[in-house]
Design a protein around this ligand. Structure first.
Ligand code: TRP
Length: 450
């Protein structure tokens, strides 16, 4: 089975993985968490979590995926030590991806709507901050606008995935990731020239240690998982499309580095503007959709910056949603022997149902509650607090304790080709075996009680 799989080129693999990692997590979630959690102190904790936790988990997913040469279900079913009981974790990862994919498309749909608004120069100078905020709630709380945005986003993702591993996923990533980088850097440079922007940079880079609390820590860890697409087998199919000659360690470090860089540059594109215009950085999830459009409406040349920003947001979100859909597509292709086209069609049907319910939970279905959460919130909490953490835990235990050490080392060093990295691989193995499981378990318990 592993022989006739399509393979990424080395650069293509890096861009696809970076494409999965860089997304709404960097451009929407990271900036608002930094704003809410007090700037540089949060970033510092985030760095620690990336290095000690997220990177080893990423490495585990990557080496398991390439070793098995299959989707996440195949990883837990076919690798030495896996099988009967373990394969259910693979299935859980597929279900988790399906749910995350469905609600991610809802937020992606908002970016579609905001890009359309920006293209029509719809953030008018005359509007007050409250009016622009109102624009968001009436869009998200409506029926047709968010559903159309959702459908457009969803269909674009499906079209890329349908075109295949090399012609769709790799080609798209190789073109848009570098472009995305230049757009975001360009915006950041421009924003940093605005009068008053220096305070924003200070906020981003000078830590105030009194801001570090247990909650900040939990958020930093959650964000590092989300940002590197961990806990639902997302990296496994991509790694299975990697060549055996590619170095897993350097690809993983590369992906984490690119992801971090994007988050910081997005922070530099947003926080200085927030400070230059004297608005509150801690406005939470609405930062990108309410606060920023207001700033764009006041900024010289803001109409064009808004277009660039929402193009970037949309493209970043698309490369991530493609990776989530591929988890499920690879599962149906390899385990149910469906063609790529049929697999995409099955997912379209399932995720349309979940996604529509999530979309409408901001409007007509806002009164439908599951344990006091709306449908959207319930999907988010269930996946990020429980399913993803369980998935990450299963992954590190499997990679660190179940998979024989010889297989682990052989895969990480590409059968000795990168034997010079053996010491680093041993450090990674230590983190995967001892540090990651304990810390993940701690977050898991905190998530259940909190
Ligand atoms: N990492 C992506 C982002 O930052 C989102 C993402 C893609 C993701 N695949 C995932 C999140 C799997 C959790 C699990 O936007």
């Amino acid at each position: 089975m592993a022989q006739n799989r399509e393979k990424f080129s080395s650069f293509g693999a890096l861009m696809a993985m970076a494409g999965s990692a860089v997304g709404l997590g960097n451009m929407w979630r990271f900036p608002y968490l930094v704003g809410e959690r007090g700037g540089a102190a949060f970033i510092l904790l985030y760095l620690v979590c990336m290095l000690l936790l997220a990177l080893p988990i990423f490495l585990s997913e990557s080496l398991l995926g390439r070793r098995a040469g299959s989707n996440c279900f195949g990883v837990f079913k076919n690798l030495p030590g896996g099988g009967k009981r373990w394969k259910w974790f693979g299935l859980l990862a597929v279900v988790t991806s399906m749910v995350i994919f469905s609600y991610y498309c809802v937020i992606g749909g908002w970016s579609v709507q905001y890009l359309l608004k920006a293209l029509g120069f719809g953030f008018s100078k005359a509007a007050s901050q409250a009016e622009i905020g109102e624009m968001f709630s009436s869009m998200a709380g409506g029926v047709w606008a968010p559903l159309i945005g959702f459908a457009l986003f969803f269909i674009s993702t499906a079209a890329i995935v349908q075109s295949g591993v090399k012609k769709g996923i790799e080609r798209f990533g190789k073109v848009v990731m570098p472009a995305l980088f230049f757009i975001v850097i360009g915006i950041a440079v421009y924003v940093c020239t605005l009068p008053g922007s220096l305070d924003g940079l200070r906020y981003l880079f000078i830590p105030d240690f009194s801001k570090i609390t247990a909650a900040t820590f939990a958020d930093a860890m959650g964000q590092s998982f989300f940002s590197l697409s961990l806990g639902c087998g997302c990296i496994m199919p991509y790694s299975s499309y990697m060549n055996r000659d590619d170095n897993i360690l350097s690809h993983s470090v590369g992906t984490a580095g690119i992801d971090l860089l994007f988050a910081l540059v997005a922070g530099c594109a947003i926080m200085p503007a927030v400070f230059a215009f004297g608005v509150n950085p801690g406005s939470g999830p609405s930062l990108v959709y309410e606060t920023l459009p207001f700033i764009f409406s006041r900024m010289p040349g803001g109409g064009f910056i808004a277009i660039l920003f929402f193009v970037a947001l949309l493209v970043a979100a698309l490369t991530s949603s493609v990776s989530m859909m591929e988890v499920v597509v690879a599962f149906f292709i390899e385990e149910a022997r469906l063609s790529r086209g049929k697999a995409v069609a099955v997912i379209l049907v399932i995720c349309c149902v979940i996604g529509t319910l999530c979309t409408l939970s901001f409007g007509p279905l806002s009164d439908v509650k599951i344990f006091s959460y709306t449908i959207f919130e319930a999907c988010d909490k269930l996946t990020s607090n429980i399913l993803m953490t369980a998935g990450a835990l299963a992954t590190v235990i499997f990679a660190g304790w179940i998979l024989p050490k010889a297989d682990f080392m052989d895969e990480l060093t590409s059968s000795g080709k990168y034997s010079s990295t053996a010491t680093l691989c041993s450090i990674a193995r230590f983190l995967i075996r001892y540090v990651a499981p304990v810390v993940i378990l701690a977050i898991f318990v905190m998530g259940l009680i909190g």
